[in-house]
Design a protein around this ligand. Structure first.
Ligand code: GRF
Length: 193
C-alpha cells in the first residue's frame, strides 16, 4: 500500500483493563493537528473494560486468547500487518511480548509504566514506592525491548508524594499525568518514525 506524505500514522493500542489511556489517545487522535489515528485495539481479555471505547468509536478490535502464546502473537502480527500499523502503544497490557515479536517490530513498540524508570519495574509499583517512603514517583514512556520495562526512555513525568498518600490516591494522580504524557510522547516518536 502506498502511503501518502503527511498521512496519519496508524496506531494499535494494546490493553488488558480499564483503557483510560486508550480513551485518552483516541480523543487526542480526533484533534485538528493530530498525526495519528487509532486503527486497532488488541486485548488479551474479552471482558476488558477498555474495549467499550473501541466499540464506541468504531475502532477495529482483536481479542486474543493467550492459551498458546505463539499462536496468540501470530494472530496479532497478522492483524498488525493487515492494518498497516506503524506503531504499537502498550497501555496497561498485562502480557509480556516475546523476544521474537519485539524483534519483528524493533523500535516500533512503546509502553507506559507508572514509575520513574529505571526504578520500580514490574507490578505493584505504587505499593512498593510507598513502602520505601520515596519522595517522588511518576510515569515513564519507553521503547519496548526484550527486558521488562528497560527500553530507552522517551519521556518521564515526576510527581511529589504527600504524607497520607495511599496506593489509590497515588495511582489516580499518576494516571492523570499519564494522560498528558502519552500524547506528548507520541508526538515525539512519530516525528522520528
Ligand atoms: C496505567 O497505570 C499504566 O501506566 C499501566 O497500567 C495502567 C493502565 O491504565 N501500565 P488504563 O487501563 O489505561 O486505565
Amino acid at each position: 500500500m502506498v502511503k501518502l506524505f503527511g498521512a496519519k500514522k496508524n496506531i494499535a493500542v494494546f490493553i488488558s483493563g480499564n483503557g483510560s489511556n486508550l480513551k485518552n489517545l483516541i480523543e487526542h487522535s480526533f484533534k485538528k493537528n493530530s498525526k495519528f489515528k487509532i486503527t486497532l485495539v488488541v486485548s488479551n481479555k474479552a471482558k476488558a473494560k477498555g474495549l467499550q471505547y473501541a466499540k464506541k468509536y468504531r475502532i477495529k478490535k482483536k481479542i486474543v486468547n493467550y492459551q498458546n502464546i505463539k499462536k496468540a502473537e501470530h494472530k496479532i502480527l497478522v492483524e498488525i500487518k493487515k492494518n498497516n500499523i506503524d506503531l504499537i502503544c502498550l497501555a496497561g497490557y498485562m502480557k509480556i511480548l516475546s523476544k521474537n515479536f519485539i524483534e519483528n517490530f524493533e523500535g516500533k513498540i512503546i509502553n507506559i509504566h507508572p514509575s520513574l524508570l529505571p526504578k520500580y519495574k514490574g507490578l505493584n509499583t505504587h505499593k512498593r514506592v510507598l513502602d520505601k517512603h520515596e519522595k517522588y514517583s511518576g510515569c515513564t514512556i519507553h521503547y519496548v525491548n526484550s527486558n521488562l520495562d528497560s527500553g530507552k526512555i522517551i519521556l518521564q513525568k515526576r510527581i511529589k508524594i504527600y504524607n497520607g498518600d495511599t496506593v489509590n490516591k497515588l495511582a489516580r494522580r499518576i494516571l492523570k499525568q499519564e494522560h498528558i504524557l502519552y500524547p506528548k510522547a507520541l508526538k515525539k516518536v512519530l516525528t522520528n518514525l
